[in-house]
Design a protein around this ligand. Structure first.
Ligand code: 9WN
Length: 452
């Protein structure tokens, strides 16, 4: 799979449906590739980082210029990165999207280095990627703290990577959809409509991306202005209609911050300040997104018209700056964090194996959404199906916290289901039936990782 999806400088998630380079896909793919070819794994990350913007953002798609424009929507002529994003430092020579995806990259870079430290040192891999990864985290922590509580916000469902999760239903309902006739969905040339987001979802995705592009991909005032505004009591940055603090996105940022600390140490600097920042972020994550009664993390809605909440109570979720009471796999992923308080670990493990997710019981892998939830659909993308990258993250978290038997069980299920599904993009959480694209990059790569 990984040979077939390799383009010479990076790996596509799937030849048909996703013919370009995707940001978090590349990080997961590098984590698997390191066992096969550490050089290719390094190259995968270097290619992605080569498309980084001047303000530090790593774009969610790096377009392959030899792929026809109509092969994927939205294409480079929609994003217009090199012109619309000029003020915030979009690269001139490579075309990219203007939004981001979860920051798995520093974690991936550290794991790739560890697979072959000799090659890594000979190629000065870490000295070259470290400043870029540091700038990426700086962008997220400074430009994207839209809720004012220290966490990064996503400004589009595509940024969080779980595109049509029911978590987005309430905040997205504030977004008027772009007219269906204003764009053509190339995804439906490859995927079954009942496995994909709806046309109404797409209308809203297009509206949000168009508005962001038309604002020149600006995220808000500079740091000095933000500080002045907060001293004057006006809040910090400028959140748009859609702005959400997501537990998985922030947990991956924290895990990557710990990895950056290790990279700094390897390069002869001190990692202490970074570990300390990761600790502060863990505390902010717990303070802002943990729901003790539900035993899991939720998203917080901080979009326009929504004042940044400070408490942890669950509200109705729409327009109030409160938690969005939808149980999704994203809320289990902070299990990955090394310094999560023990009582939260215990509660998360209980929630994962209980009726809502059925991990190790009724479900295969980890369903993307609450099995008992009203919006649950076993085939529709991130509204129920099990995905391999999230199962890999939960497996890692279980193992880290000493839940060896549960981790072994999940690993076994992962490997069996990956094989029988033809390395599918995602599967029905009850039957394991393959859905979405076959021969999917991160499914193959993470299989390799679990085999090692
Ligand atoms: C939009 C590439 C990407 C993944 C996302 C997944 C899907 C794209 C789409 O495919 O999103 O970015 O066109 O649906 O949801 O997680 O990175 O594999």
């Amino acid at each position: 799979m990984l040979e077939r999806n390799w383009t010479g400088t990076s790996t596509v998630p799937s030849r048909g449906l996703y013919p370009h380079q995707w940001s978090w896909d590349s990080a997961f793919i590098a984590i698997g590739l390191r066992h096969l070819s550490p050089l290719r794994a390094q190259t995968e990350l270097e290619t992605l980082l080569g498309a980084q913007w001047g303000d530090g953002r790593i774009p969610h798609i790096v377009f392959n210029p030899s792929v026809p424009l109509d092969a994927y929507f939205p294409s480079p002529d929609f994003w217009r990165s090199s012109t619309a994003g000029r003020a915030v430092g979009a690269p001139r020579t490579v075309q990219t999207s203007g939004i981001v995806q979860p920051p798995v990259h520093a974690l991936a870079a550290w794991l790739v280095h560890q697979a072959d430290p000799g090659l890594s040192r000979a190629r000065a891999f870490l000295p070259r990627v470290y400043p870029r990864l540091a700038a990426w985290h700086r962008y997220l922590l400074h430009r994207r703290d839209l809720g004012g509580g220290g966490l990064a916000s996503v400004v589009h469902p595509w940024e969080q990577g779980m595109d049509n999760s029911p978590c987005w239903d309430a905040p997205l309902s504030r977004v008027p959809p772009a007219p269906a006739r204003s764009f053509r969905r190339a995804d439906l040339d490859h995927g079954a409509p009942e496995d994909r987001p709806t046309d109404l979802d797409y209308g809203r995705y297009v509206r949000l991306a168009t508005d962001y592009r038309d604002r020149g991909y600006e995220d808000g005032p500079d740091e000095g202005a933000a500080r002045r505004a907060s001293v004057e009591g006006g809040g910090g940055r400028r959140a748009g209609r859609f702005a959400v603090e997501d537990p998985a996105f922030n947990a991956l940022l924290i895990a990557s911050e710990h990895a950056l600390a290790r990279i700094a140490r390897e390069l002869g600097a001190s990692g202490t300040a970074r570990h300390a920042r990761a600790e502060r972020l863990t505390a902010a994550l717990v303070d802002r997104l943990w729901d003790a009664a539900e035993g899991m993390f939720f998203c917080r809605d901080v979009g326009t018209g929504v004042s940044a909440g400070t408490g942890t109570s669950t509200g109705t979720g729409t327009g109030t700056g409160e938690l969005i009471p939808e149980r999704a796999v994203s809320g289990l992923i902070p299990l990955l964090l090394p310094t999560l308080p023990r009582d939260l670990v215990t509660a998360l493990v209980r929630t994962a194996s209980g009726p809502h997710f059925g991990v190790g019981g009724a479900a295969r892998l980890v369903p993307s959404y609450d099995l008992t939830g009203e919006a649950f659909d076993p085939h529709r993308y991130w509204r129920g199906p099990s995905w391999f990258n999230t199962a890999w993250l939960v497996e890692r978290g279980l193992r880290l916290h000493g839940e060896r038997a549960r981790a072994d069980e999940l690993r076994g299920q992962f490997l069996r289901t990956a094989g029988t599904s033809g390395f599918a993009e995602y599967v029905d959480p009850y039957t394991g039936e393959p859905c979405g694209a076959p021969g999917f990059g991160w499914t193959a790569a993470l299989t390799l990782d679990l085999l090692h």
